[in-house]
Design a protein around this ligand. Structure first.
Ligand code: ZN
Ligand code: ZN
Length: 346
């Protein structure tokens, strides 16, 4: 089979499509025939060989962890899925026995590993993973949509935590795929106003399609000024930060109303200085969003998608055959793609 691998520990590249032997499902494992797989920010970090996660990888490694496929092998002892089932994968391989897992926080498992980083991933004809990360979908769900359920879950998680979004003004700062998904979730869950901010015109246009009342080009307009303008000077009830940038962090803080919710999703690459006096005076609540609750968020997310309350189609900007998968990384790097999906030819 073919597989897109990180082959060299270099910044901005070192990825190539190679011949690769699929692995049989061992005890507790399933093998999927991949239907579609999405390229995400983490894959871009690996492409760029960012210090945090990428550098623990053993190369060559098949990339990709956002995937939908059909179960074509079931290992010994697997009972949660069967041959022929259509499934999406949770990307956090959790242990189920550590303290966070036992407390119902499997998304914060002490022993988390990931397909596409610690084991071979989804940019291939087949992927073999522990069955415990499989989520069964109806067979009429397109694989392109199924492959986006993992990132979509982060957007849903971000909208459900803290004070939620219902009846509130919600600022989404950073309109990458997950920010854009959060725009649609906030709309579907009854936010009174959804305001989106980004620098990239393609993303801002997509934010409007996903249901934003206003899309702010953050290098042309001051985000906090626009938000205050739209809220009678009060500010947003909820600010969700997806950009991971210092100006983004500051813009969300400045845009919040007193006592509002600051929800942090985007991981800043380096420490950001915070003026805690201002933080104290404004009294926002800080809520950190890491991954998805397993399986609470999946249950809520799939109810939104299966029912049609959220349509993820506008997010899938490119469908590429596996042999051209590397082009997807270049499209993202050039700011020309929202979510490229890779579809094996076979
Ligand atoms: Zn991802
Ligand atoms: Zn655990």
């Amino acid at each position: 089979m073919l597989a897109l691998c990180k082959t060299e520990p270099v910044e901005g590249g070192g990825v190539a499509v190679r011949d690769w032997e699929p692995r049989d499902a061992g005890p507790g494992e399933i093998r999927l025939k991949v239907g579609a797989a999405g390229i995400c920010g983490t894959d871009m970090q690996i492409f760029n060989w960012a210090p945090r996660m990428a550098r623990r990888m053993k190369l060559p490694r098949v990339l990709g962890h956002e995937v939908s496929g059909i179960v074509d092998q079931v290992g010994e002892g697997v009972t949660n899925v069967a041959l022929g089932d259509h499934v999406s994968l949770e990307s956090h391989i959790f242990c189920g026995t550590c303290r966070p897992c036992r407390l119902g926080n499997a998304h914060l498992c002490n022993n988390t590993t990931y397909p596409g980083i610690d084991i071979d991933g989804a940019f291939a004809d087949y992927i073999t993973v522990p069955a415990l990360i499989a989520w069964k979908n109806p067979k009429d769900l397109p694989h392109e949509t199924g492959a986006m359920l993992e990132p979509f879950g982060i957007g849903v998680h971000a909208c459900l935590e803290g004070s939620g979004v219902s009846g509130q003004t919600v600022l989404i700062n950073g309109c990458g795929p997950i920010g854009l998904m959060a725009v649609a979730v906030a709309r579907a869950l009854g936010a009174s106003r959804v305001i989106a901010a980004d620098l990239n015109p393609l993303r801002l246009k997509t934010a409007e399609i996903m249901g934003a009342d206003r899309a702010i080009k953050a290098d042309d307009e001051n985000v906090a000024d626009v938000v205050r303008d739209m809220t009678g000077g009060e500010g947003a009830d909820v600010g969700i930060e997806f950009s991971g940038s210092e100006p983004g962090f500051q813009a969300v803080f400045d845009s919040l109303c007193k006592g509002g919710d600051f929800r942090l999703v985007g991981a800043p690459p380096k420490a950001i200085p915070v003026d805690f006096t201002w933080w104290l005076l404004k009294c926002p609540r800080m809520v950190n969003i890491h991954g998805r609750r397993i399986w609470d968020t999946w249950q809520r997310s799939t109810e939104l998608v299966y029912s049609g309350a959220v349509d993820l189609k506008p997010i899938q900007s490119h469908i590429l055959p596996l042999s051209e998968a590397a082009e997807g990384f270049e499209l993202i790097r050039r700011g020309e793609a929202v979510k490229p999906l890779i579809v094996p030819e076979g």
